[in-house]
Ligand binder design. Structure first.
Ligand SMILES: Nc1ncnc2c1ncn2[C@@H]1O[C@H](COP(=O)(O)OP(=O)(O)OC[C@H]2O[C@@H]([n+]3cccc(C(=O)O)c3)[C@H](O)[C@@H]2O)[C@@H](O)[C@H]1O
Ligand SMILES: Nc1ncnc2c1ncn2[C@@H]1O[C@H](COP(=O)(O)OP(=O)(O)OP(=O)(O)O)[C@@H](O)[C@H]1O
Ligand SMILES: NC(=O)CC[C@H](N)C(=O)O
Length: 702
């Protein structure tokens, strides 16, 4: 049995380039770790500057300010007698690396550059950093003078080394290195490294947490030892939400779990007093395979001489959130970070009474609920932030509905095509969540705009229902939709002014991932907002989410919103009822779109291979010719409308099949929409298959 070590990891709400704020959070985490008896504190990836600095990593100022913060950390009394592991970019021989800087008592022990960079999904590390390509190799790094003055060291070890303390051996792994088939922890484990640390900036995606937990369990499940995971948390200035989950695993079991979603800036859940166990001593290796790690000797212990009274931590079962909980918590935490950091006074939402805008409204309500809970649990920082946002230094939120009334304005904007049903649904939901609700009519503005058009051209367009062409019909829809956007921004700017209150509101959008994919929305209508919490979430998941909100928050307005067919209500009503539904307009169901969206992005399908896959997936409900029609229709719509993605509102990244242009889904926006060769291949395939197939049913709800 080995000695019991006490180590701490954390999740920090770092913010790109907020050097002072980041320093404050790092110091706080070290202080708490020390108070709990920890001798090693691990922080998230690039925690000094924040992970999401983007092209600011090119700037020499970023490196300079990182060293300034490092100097303050080294000098601080808080960092004494604990090994501190922080992250920052470091330039070595004129090459920029993403590094861990590990120090103890004013001496830098090791700078460990990242060896396997992240270039998947939203990650673009190769743009700013080079990987350290010299496994087991350590060089001398010359410290800048301001650091030499504090440490008295001229050079320090830089490279793929590990720390050898008096009682154990610690090695670093940096975020993506864990996700790589050649993870460094494998060789380190075989060489007797007992504690592996992982500093991460790992962002939230629905259903991703279990992947992370499995990787961490397996990292120590095979060779034994301790695995510490630190992560950034919160919105650090972009569409991503880093979702904490700081944890420690021992010998394949999780022994400590930190929150995945929380409004706290510093989450230090985890410390562990545990003895480690080894399954594979290095003498089980072939001599020729054995490549010892470069060990940096450290005259320090992570354990006490007398540890018999320290309890060992027992394995715990990881509690995963359901997808509905993830939607309720992740985007809500992101909105809160965005709101308090933007200096605005709240949110404004055009609420149509449909599923999408109601989902956005429920996420804001969930945010208010979390704020009240955090304040109830004694969070002084959340209390301070909420007082600042509402502009009242003595305010204490207790009831989410009451808080919602202060932070959140919703607005139903009726036109002559709106039904009483949607108006009532919006009103009921607003009343139940407590938002400040406005009901207005846009017909006056629509008529005025059309009046200008007809004055100039002498023509007045008509709806299809009144004999107009498709062009007229679309233009008349789009005018209504765009007028709503203009009014949303006007009310966001001035509705607090009209009430004699300070500040402005951020406009929230609610286009979902499926609509974005097909372009079934008007460019520059209410889909053009400041931010959108649901832009990365599919309609199918949103429906489940609303059902969850109905149950959890007892919002009785939601079942009727869920039961109504999604509609734009931009064409004239027939006998007071809707004449237009999204699914018939789009020519496919939301369920079909979810399948197609995954195939396009995740399975990397062009039209032909999508057809080849779908004839199997939908074989029970569609003939090959029907599949061909659906696939062609989708690609036509997608390519005609892809230009709309270039101006999409920044949305919370939630799905790995997000069509978010520029960042996540890099594709052209001017296509040849005929897809000649692609569709010809499909047609040839169909003609070979069709005679062999019987007629199939029309309905396709796979
Ligand atoms: N290749 C290209 N590159 C860059 N821009 C291009 C372009 N082609 C057209 N454009 C521009 O885009 C415009 C066309 O886009 P846009 O104005 O949006 O118009 P458009 O896509 O023609 O119509 C909007 C669509 O969204 C539907 N809609 C509207 C409102 C609400 C809802 C709902 O879901 O409730 C649905 C509506 O039924 C219709 O199918 C053109 O007038 C042109 O300005
Ligand atoms: N009558 C309305 N009042 C207020 N806002 C509206 C109204 N109609 C549409 N909007 C806004 O415009 C957005 C796009 O309108 P659209 O009709 O496409 O709705 P949608 O994307 O199907 O969403 P929803 O499910 O919320 O109706 C809505 O999400 C909503 O924010
Ligand atoms: N920062 C990184 O290296 C990210 C790596 C990994 N794909 C993750 O999301 O956790």
């Amino acid at each position: 049995m080995g000695r019991k070590v006490t180590v701490a990891t954390c999740a920090l709400n770092q913010w790109a380039l907020d050097f002072d704020g980041n320093l404050h959070r790092i110091l706080k985490s070290i202080e708490v770790a020390t108070c709990r008896g920890a001798r090693y504190r691990l922080g998230p990836e690039l925690d000094i500057c924040g992970y999401g600095c983007g092209d600011h990593f090119y700037e020499s100022d970023t490196l300079l300010h990182c060293f300034q913060v490092l100097k303050e950390l080294l000098e601080s009394p808080v960092t004494q007698d604990i090994i501190c592991d922080v992250g920052m970019p470091v330039m070595h021989h004129n090459v920029r690396y993403n590094c861990r800087v590990i120090f103890l008592n004013k001496k830098i022990l090791l700078i460990r550059p990242k060896m396997l960079l992240a270039s998947h999904g939203n990650n673009r590390e190769f743009r700013w950093f080079s990987p350290w390509n010299k496994p087991r190799h350590v060089e001398e790094y010359s410290l800048p003078r301001m650091i030499q003055d504090v440490t008295g060291q001229q050079t320090v070890p830089f490279g793929d080394g590990v720390l050898s303390t008096k009682d154990t051996c610690i090695g670093s792994e940096i975020c993506a290195e864990l996700w790589n088939p050649r993870s460094p922890h494998i060789d380190m484990g075989l060489d007797g490294v007992e504690i592996i640390t992982n500093s991460s900036a790992s962002y939230h995606e629905l259903r991703k947490a279990d992947q992370r937990v499995n990787l961490i369990k397996s990292a120590t499940g095979k060779s034994g030892g301790i695995y510490m995971f630190a992560n950034q948390k919160g919105c650090d200035g972009d569409r991503l939400y880093y979702d904490g989950c700081a944890m420690i695993a021992v010998n394949g079991d999780i022994v400590a779990q930190g929150a995945q979603f929380s409004l706290e800036d510093v989450v230090i859940p985890v410390q562990v007093s545990s003895s480690k166990k080894f399954f594979f001593p290095n003498n089980s290796l072939q001599e020729s395979e054995y490549r010892p790690c470069h060990r940096v000797k450290v005259d320090f212990s992570l354990s006490e001489n007398q540890d018999v009274y320290f309890p060992s931590h027992e394995p715990i079962e990881w509690r995963f959130h359901s997808v509905e909980e993830e939607i309720s918590l992740g985007p809500a935490c992101w909105l809160w970070d965005y709101l308090r950091r933007s200096g605005q006074a709240g949110f404004m939402l055009p609420l149509s009474g449909g599923i999408d805008s109601s989902s956005t409204a429920c996420i804001v309500y969930s945010m208010c609920d979390q704020i009240c809970q955090a304040v109830r649990n004694g969070s002084t920082q959340v209390l301070q932030d909420v007082r600042c946002v509402v502009g009242n230094a003595t305010y204490t939120p207790k009831d989410p509905r009451e808080l919602c009334g202060r932070l959140f304005t919703t607005c139903y904007m009726a036109s002559e095509n709106s039904s009483q049903d949607t108006c009532k649904r919006a009103k009921d939901l607003a009343a139940q969540i407590g938002s400040t609700h406005i009901n207005l009519n846009i017909d006056m503005a629509v008529k005025a705009i059309l009046g200008i058009f007809s004055l100039v051209t002498g023509k007045l367009p008509q709806f299809r229902a009144n004999g107009g062409s498709t062009r007229e019909n679309l233009a008349l829809q789009n005018v209504q939709a765009r007028v709503r956007m203009i009014l949303a921004y006007l009310f966001a700017q001035l509705s607090l002014w009209a009430q004699g209150r300070p500040g402005g509101l951020l406009v929230l959008g609610s286009a979902n991932v499926d609509e974005s994919l097909t372009g079934y929305f008007t460019k520059y209508d209410c889909s053009s907002a400041d931010i959108n919490p649901i832009g990365g979430i599919s309609k199918t998941d949103l429906k489940h989410f609303l059902q969850y909100c109905a149950d959890i928050f007892k919002l009785t307005a939601l079942p009727s919103i869920l039961a109504a067919p999604p509609t734009a209500e931009l064409e004239p009503l027939r006998d007071g009822h809707i004449s237009q539904t999204d699914e018939s307009d789009m020519g496919m169901t939301y369920a079909e779109l979810s399948v197609i969206g995954r195939l396009r992005k995740l399975s990397k399908c062009g039209p032909y291979s999508m057809f080849c896959k779908l004839i199997h997936i939908w074989r029970e409900v569609c003939s090959p010719i029907q599949v061909a029609m659906k696939v062609k229709h989708f690609f036509r719509m997608y390519s005609v409308n892809r230009h709309k993605m270039t101006t999409m509102t920044p949305a919370y990244h939630a799905e790995n099949y997000s069509p978010d242009d520029n960042r996540f889904d890099l594709r052209p926006f001017l296509y040849n929409t005929l897809w000649n060769r692609q569709f010809r291949c499909i047609d040839e395939q169909v003609s070979q298959m069709e005679p062999k197939n019987e007629q199939h049913g029309q309905d396709m709800n796979s």
